[in-house]
Design a protein around this ligand. Structure first.
Ligand code: DUC
Ligand code: ZN
Ligand code: ZN
Ligand code: ZN
Length: 492
């Protein structure tokens, strides 16, 4: 029987090994791997190319609507075009919850808008207000529809949970077989430091980093792990930016806890220097956790290499420089009053937090990681798709080259050299923090479920061609069954 598509003669990289084979695709899935496979109705020669599974970006913000009515400028159509062009074939973004509101009322029309995606997609449900109504009625229905992961914030005024509320979320997740992800920073410490800095007249973008130094992240990471241990519930710590927080995760893992750590390209390539510059340019690199001193990049690489940080996502959270980064209070992702400076620019605390990186995530990881010899190709695959697939209930379907997996593939030209420029990207944001960075290795063809979605930078997949990915129960999301002193009964 003829294949729909054969990718012929490439060097394949899976999460475990590198080997040469043809890939036969039928009905959107990988049907066969081998040498000299029969003909396909379509053939893509891949000699000299590296073929990896399509990327899974398990943390990105698209078209998110804040309680104040602000909507992220990055739409599902533009964000997913950028994702595909950068080799990412599926992503997990966020369903918001507004405090004081039901889940249903918090994201009007959001799931319908997501249907415009060109890449496959799922959601993490953000919980900001874990009332019994939400946790016992709405959440079970959501999980039953395959939305099986939660995100909580331990900081940001409109989003943060108290420790008591976080415990409620962990206990609900345990009952529902859902997975919990956590933004770890100490809310009160940040608020105190912001007030002190503003009072001293220190308002520049660089002071964003001073307002939330590593200890603020380390403390919250330690606390989140301790509370998760108390409930016997696995967690993933989002966007780890520094060795101090990574060390807490490493210690938890050494103790056998089910704790995982994610990081993002901004934390192994950018630093305080990017928070400075003429014309308020430092605002472009304001994200949370904040960028660290330059020496921190190498420490994050070491934690990637030793497996403590085993997922690299974009945390794409795009705010254009002209319209949002230079405007105070345009987002839930800022802290405290929308203070304006005499020059009209917002004080550091009122700059919306986030950097756009959904398209550059994999080229930057490939270039800085594989091309520079810091990681091998299987590690690249684990970091870019396979580990996230395992953590979020998509194992076997995404991040895999095995027969039966979705035929999501990226053909990399390992020798392609380019310098990142914003006008070469497909996102809707007016800048990239990686402008001017030389990279070696770029996706030349992206295949999503057996269809050529991008060829040499041209996005062919139309809006609406992505599919929602419902996620069923899986063992990795379950606790170890180790609750001391019989408290287990109280958690049931
Ligand atoms: N950090 C960001 O930089 N943006 C969005 C949310 C977050 O936690
Ligand atoms: Zn062959
Ligand atoms: Zn976060
Ligand atoms: Zn985020």
């Amino acid at each position: 029987e003829e294949f729909d598509l054969v990718v012929r003669g490439g060097t394949l990289a899976s999460a475990a090994e590198v080997f040469e084979a043809d890939i036969g695709i039928r009905g959107g899935r990988i049907a066969a791997l081998g040498h000299g496979l029969g003909r396909g109705r379509e053939e893509i020669p891949a000699k000299g190319m590296i073929v990896t599974p399509g990327g899974l970006d398990s943390h990105c913000h698209l078209e998110e609507m804040g309680q104040d009515g602000t909507v992220h400028e990055e739409s599902f159509a533009s964000g997913s075009a950028a994702a595909l062009a950068g080799g990412t074939t599926s992503f997990i973004c966020f369903l918001p919850q507004w405090k004081g509101h039901s889940l249903a009322a918090s994201a009007p029309g959001y799931e319908a808008r997501a249907a415009a995606s060109r890449a496959d997609y799922s959601f993490h449900q953000i919980i900001t207000d874990p009332t019994p109504e939400v946790m016992e009625k709405e959440l079970p229905a959501l999980v039953a529809r395959g939305i099986r992961s939660l995100k909580v914030f331990l900081t940001y005024d409109p989003l943060r949970l108290t420790d008591a509320q976080f415990l409620e979320v962990l206990a609900s997740a345990r009952r529902l077989d859902a997975f919990v992800t956590v933004h770890c920073e100490n809310y009160d410490a940040i608020g105190w430091r912001i007030q002190a800095l503003l009072k001293a007249g220190l308002t520049d973008p660089l002071q964003h980093a001073w307002s939330r130094p590593p200890v603020v992240e380390r403390e919250a990471t330690h606390r989140a792990i301790a509370l998760a241990e108390l409930v016997d519930q696995p967690i993933q710590v989002f966007h780890v930016s520094c060795e101090e927080a990574a060390a807490e995760i490493a210690r938890a893992r050494a103790r056998g806890l089910k704790v995982w750590g994610e990081t993002c390209p901004q934390y192994f390539t950018l630093s305080h220097e990017d928070l400075t510059g003429a014309d308020f340019a430092g605002a472009k690199a304001v994200c949370s956790p904040a960028l660290r001193e330059a020496g921190e990049n190498a420490r994050i690489w070491r934690r990637i290499q030793d497996g403590t940080l085993d997922v690299v996502t974009s945390d794409h959270c795009g705010f254009s420089f002209a319209t949002q980064k230079r405007v105070a209070g345009g987002s839930a992702y800022g802290t405290g009053a929308a203070v304006r400076r005499p020059d009209g620019m917002p004080a550091f605390n009122a700059i919306p937090n986030g950097v756009p990186g959904i398209e550059t995530r994999l080229p930057v990881l490939f270039s800085e990681g594989v091309s520079k010899g810091r990681i091998d190709l299987p590690a690249f695959v684990r970091l870019s798709s396979a580990n996230a697939a395992a953590l979020f209930g998509l194992a076997g379907r995404k991040g895999s080259l095995a027969p039966g997996a979705d035929a999501d593939l990226v053909l990399w030209d390992p020798d392609a050299e380019r310098v990142i420029r914003n006008d070469g990207l497909h996102h809707a944001i007016d800048y990239t923090p990686w402008k001017g960075m030389p990279v070696k290795g770029w996706p030349s063809v992206t295949i999503r479920r057996g269809e050529v979605a991008v060829r040499e930078g041209e996005v062919l997949a139309p809006p609406g061609s992505g599919r929602f990915l419902p996620r069923g129960p899986y063992a990795l999301a379950r606790g170890r069954g180790v609750v001391p002193d019989g408290f287990d009964a109280a958690l049931a």
